[in-house]
Write a protein that binds this ligand. Structure first.
Ligand code: FE2
Ligand code: FE2
Length: 163
């Protein structure tokens, strides 16, 4: 169950990363992006809990450890979302490695949960990649950025991401 504990750690680290990103967006008056990031924080916390419940259901031991401080210096909203995309790609790789390890160990009971997470990662990467593309289009046009910010904030409220 150590590998699952590592994944719990990574999901909480993701939540922490998004919370820091949300604070950066809020401090830069991008309230829509901040809302989007904070929803993501809640989402990642739910992922951690999902793994915790799985470990407990299988009579494993949950081993929470200290979290490292997330990155907090960003050059632009585009930089924030590019870092978010890179982070999601690392998470996808980690879940893929967990899936491979569970298969090797004939731990078939873990595969449906890990498959759920792999599907979730496809969606999350696609969503973040889309926002990165939109922020690139906006470039240095601050009125376009303001409109996009508002739109992304409300897009999140209408729930384009499943939990
Ligand atoms: Fe996650
Ligand atoms: Fe994620």
């Amino acid at each position: 169950m150590q590998a699952f504990n590592d994944q719990i750690q990574l999901e909480f680290a993701s939540a922490y990363t998004y919370l820091q990103m949300s604070a950066w967006c809020e401090a830069h008056d991008l309230t829509g992006l901040a809302t989007w990031m904070r929803t993501q924080w809640a989402e990642e916390s739910k992922h951690a809990i999902k793994f915790i419940d799985f470990v407990l259901d299988r009579a494993g031991e949950v081993d929470l450890r200290p979290l490292e401080a997330p990155a907090r210096d960003f050059a632009s909203p585009l930089d924030v979302f590019e870092q978010a995309l890179a982070h999601e790609q690392r998470v996808t790789a980690a879940i893929g490695a967990l899936y491979a390890q569970a298969s090797d160990l004939h731990d078939y009971s873990s595969l449906p949960l890990l498959q759920w997470f792999l599907n979730e990662q496809i969606e999350e990467e696609a969503t973040v990649r889309q926002i990165v593309a939109e922020l690139r289009m906006v470039a240095d046009d601050s009125s376009a950025l303001l409109l996009l910010d508002r739109e992304i904030g409300s897009r999140r409220d209408s729930g384009d991401i499943n939990s």
